[in-house]
Design a protein around this ligand. Structure first.
Ligand code: APR
Length: 254
């Protein structure tokens, strides 16, 4: 509790906070993480189902096993208190940008306006033949793989293993990480590069690094200054209350 108060103090005296988020922030919205107990990669080998080579070789298999399930989960997910807390921090002028590894669009749904989608998104799908785009809600899965009127196969606009990070996302992430004074690292195992390098870059540039996670990560006690251990939604709720107390801005952030 004292540590949460301390972190709330850091946040209220900062005006350039950046968040790096990962799958753990969406767990309380019903979306499973990738690693650890109950994680997606416990059931599926990522190289067999989430690499660009696997998708190009057999798009029907990847759609049937992984993507159709992911689409169902993402279509019905709603932002939880952790997403909403980050949206409040933006609203009161503390949080500037979110770099997210997630493809679920929940930060935008919660109200954040500057979200860098480091691994692309699942909100849009693109025909691999004619480049026609369709939003995920309109994409029908009565036929697997889903196809465009031209006969081409749709793929999500997310980054498969083996693909490049979208250059603008990479460039902007490096820029905001190098210029923030606090980086909140929420719900990521910090195992996947180059996203995991962003807290390192922020630290090298003089920022404080605060993790929120149910477990320690490779950043803990080495790159991060503090870790708030617990579920992101619950921790964020307490943190926002403390920020409200300190900044007395309650009406503006409700
Ligand atoms: N609150 C906070 N943290 C949580 C919660 C929760 N409720 N539940 C799980 N976590 C933490 C776990 O302890 C773990 O550290 O979230 C993290 C999830 O880690 P990963 O599943 O590895 O997710 P992420 O770090 O986003 O993965 C990075 O790997 O497979 C790729 O492309 C995929 O973008 C993804 C990337």
């Amino acid at each position: 509790m004292d540590l949460i108060k301390k972190v709330a103090g850091y946040l209220t005296s900062s005006r350039d906070v950046v968040a790096l988020t990962g799958a753990g922030i969406s767990v309380e919205s019903g979306i499973p993480p990738f690693r650890g107990k109950g994680g997606v990669w416990e059931r599926f080998d990522p190289m067999e189902y989430a690499s660009i080579q696997a998708f190009e070789k057999d798009p029907a298999k990847v759609w049937r096993v992984l993507l159709s399930e992911l689409k169902k989960v993402v279509d019905r997910a709603e932002p939880n208190n952790a997403h909403k807390g980050l949206a409040k921090l933006e609203k009161i002028g503390i949080l500037k940008t979110i770099i997210t590894q997630n493809v679920d669009g929940l930060h935008q749904k919660a109200g954040n306006t500057d979200v860098i989608e480091f691994h692309g998104n699942f909100a849009w799908h693109r025909c691999m033949n004619c480049d026609h785009r369709t939003d995920t809600q309109s994409l029908m899965l009565d036929q697997i793989p889903p196809t465009c009127d031209c006969g081409g196969i749709f793929r999500p606009e997310c980054v498969f293993f083996g693909e490049m990070i979208p250059p603008e996302a990479m460039w902007r992430s490096r820029h905001v990480a190098s210029n923030c004074d606090i980086m909140l690292v929420v719900g990521t195992s910090a195992n996947v590069e180059p996203a995991a390098y962003m807290p390192v870059l922020a630290k090298k540039s003089g920022a404080k690094i605060i993790e929120i996670n149910t477990e320690t990560t490779p950043l803990t006690g080495h790159i991060s200054d503090h870790i708030l251990l617990g579920r992101a939604g619950e921790i964020m709720d307490i943190l926002i209350t403390e920020v409200k107390n300190l900044s007395q801005l309650e009406p503006a952030i409700d």
